[in-house]
Ligand binder design. Sequence first.
Ligand code: ATP
Ligand code: MG
Length: 251
Amino acid sequence: MIRLENVYKIYHMGDTDVHAADGINLHVQKGEFVSIVGQSGSGKSTIMNIIGCLDVPTSGKYYLGGIDVSTMKDDEQSEIRNKMLGFIFQQYNLIPKLNVLENVEVPLMYGGIPKAQRRKRAMEALERVGLAAKYKNLPTQLSGGQQQRVSIARALVGNPSVILADEPTGALDSRTGIEILRFLQQLNQDGNTIILITHDNSIAVKAHRIVRLYDGKIIYDGPSDDPQALVQPYEEEHFSEDVILKGGGKA
Ligand SMILES: Nc1ncnc2c1ncn2[C@@H]1O[C@H](COP(=O)(O)OP(=O)(O)OP(=O)(O)O)[C@@H](O)[C@H]1O
Ligand SMILES: [Mg+2]
């Protein structure tokens, strides 16, 4: 489903190069539930943006459902993004002026799907997240957990091949966060491919597989119940002057 081959993302900052992705090889099969985990600055968002077709690698290949998307132009990228990917963000990213139903319909607007069918599919997605009764509410009239469920309905409505969740519980209290994670596990049991991005080990372990990033590299890729999956490199707990000066990037 997802294949990254020797992917680099290099930012030129003055006379230094930051290797935000430093030779990433990653394979995710249909139906997997994978956490991408790592400390701040390890490259999670960089990888998420590439997988999500929001950015292209400096070099290397990215195949999504067998299609090479690493060299696509913006408009081609947005088309494939719409067809194949569903996004869940930390801050929900709902449109404040649209009601719940209209928010869930948004991904279907691009596909030229007739209004009646859009409504029907959006209502079905809302039923799946248990919020059909609130379809007329504005986002501000919902709790944080409910808003996140609306954003999950929006991610599901286009029947995407892959769901990308970036710190989906970051803005929620722990109890609501656990509910959202259970929901993602349920979606995975229903056959959805899920990639969860987090800095938090206790959230990462909800997936079957953990991919740990450090300094733009994969330093662990395996089962989430292997004790090795939770080991973070030594330096990150010690903010020595040296580490702060280097900013975690490439010296
Ligand atoms: N546009 C940019 N220009 C220059 N450097 C960048 C840019 N975006 C990211 N970086 C650098 O690339 C590295 C990886 O950043 P990234 O945002 O992927 O980290 P992250 O793991 O998502 O961190 P966080 O948990 O804080 O969100 C960092 O060193 C960062 O400073
Ligand atoms: Mg990030």
